[in-house]
Design a protein around this ligand. Sequence first.
Ligand SMILES: [Zn+2]
Length: 53
Amino acid sequence: MPIADPIEREIAARYLLKYKVCRNCGAKAPLSAVKCRRCHSKNLRLKKQELRR
Ligand SMILES: [Zn+2]
């Protein structure tokens, strides 16, 4: 379901996109994380900042 309201889109994006992803095992980690919880790798990337429906 696409979100029409730009304000709601921003709120949704905040929850859906603001996290890091481990390049090693693919686990989600918080923005503030330095290393992965699951495999302890420091190879984290930001989730791609693009909202798709
Ligand atoms: Zn990991």
